[in-house]
Design a protein around this ligand. Sequence first.
Ligand SMILES: Cc1ncc(COP(=O)(O)O)c(C=O)c1O
Length: 352
Amino acid sequence: MSQFWSKKAKEAKPYVPGEQPAETDVIKLNTNENPYPPSPMTLEAMHRAINSDLRRYPSPTVTELKNIIAAREKVAPSNVFVGNGSDEVLAFAFQAFFEPNKPIKFPETTYSFYPVYANLYDIPFQKVPLNTDFSIDVENLYDSVGGVIFPNPNAPTGLALRLGAIERILQQNTNQVVIVDEAYVEFGAETAVKLTELYPNLLVTRTLSKSHALAGIRLGYAIGNEVLIEGLERIKNSFNSYTINRVSLAGAEAAFKDEVYYSTTINQVKQTREWTSEALRSLNFEVIDSTANFLFVKPNMNAKFLYESLKERGIYVRYFNESKIDGYIRISIGTDAEMEQLVEQIKRIISS
Ligand SMILES: Cc1ncc(COP(=O)(O)O)c(C=O)c1O
């Protein structure tokens, strides 16, 4: 039936998300979700939002949530855009700021949705090599023709750039938009939000999927100069007036009011990350110092074999069949009990 497909549908190269196994008794360390539940206050707010108001469309302007985010990030509400997951924010940003015929730059090893959007919107791109230690080679991102995008910390490496390095990238791309994707920033990197005041070409994107344990409600946002935000609104309002549903809005608003809970769970994830890194290093695994909620690890055996062996034992991690990183696996940080199981099962695989 593909004769019915448009050229775009035929030529699309869709993103392949990490597996979402149907079984519930597995240890799921493959999509960088938070191992802890959303806070009770967040869940209560969402339960309360399931009421007869659901017959009405949600707010097209999400003013209340923008006000809350603006206060948290110390910017004006006109500097805030809200989307249905940061993936949607990124999709709008590619359309709002990048052009066909003007190649954008991003790191060679990075979030694999960037080339997918670029292909979908006919934006040419150049993948720039990383340094041999997997850090981003800042100078490679200078002088782009069409714009720059990178995660900070980068995924799947977990390595972060300092703000000085990000400023150099901004200063060398003053006529192009630079997107800093901060999906994982709250687990230990420095946010570039304060640079948005100085650099009108900087857009910072964020998500509640990781730090706030809300991957299931799809809530992302962006901070930037109000002209950039208006560009995003123009694209969004040409696509769907009501991207954020009422229940997600209620959950996001409540989550930002319950920061003590989330900072406690974030700290717990960081502590678990540290001891797990040490435990894996003691098994002679190479573990990159991570500022995110995952570890990028070179095992002392074939990475694909380890990924498959763990899966047989009910532990899902992520393996990328891509050149330069096919010797590595990415492991999301779970609870202490889950990571103890992981280490235990790895030891058994080694000894078998
Ligand atoms: C680097 C990066 N950016 C953005 C996202 C998208 O997050 P979401 O759409 O859940 O906000 C992810 C998800 O894994 C990611 O790894």
